[in-house]
Design a protein. Structure first.
Length: 83
């Protein structure tokens, strides 16, 4: 069973570290948890996150990417994220 960071609607995350040359980014959830995003369901999701900067807020769903601890994949995006 895959673990997701969503409850039937999107979560809002603050970008801590922008997408780097390897496609990884660090996000902080409103609950204070930190998530290391290393993969994306598709290139549109990666491009979306890459076009945002540290401090920006984004709405998305993320899910565990494999079995490694605290490695996540973006699985959905939602409008109205930047606050």
């Amino acid at each position: 069973m895959s673990e997701t960071a969503s409850r039937n609607n999107s979560n809002t995350f603050t970008i801590v570290n922008e997408v780097n040359d390897h496609g990884a980014a660090t996000l902080r959830g409103d609950n204070g948890s930190t998530y290391h995003v290393t993969s994306y369901e598709n290139s549109t999701f990666r491009d979306y996150l890459a076009n945002h900067h540290a401090g920006d807020r984004v709405r998305m769903d993320i899910e565990r990417a494999g079995v490694r601890a605290n490695v996540w994949q973006v699985s959905a995006l939602y409008p109205g994220a930047n606050e």
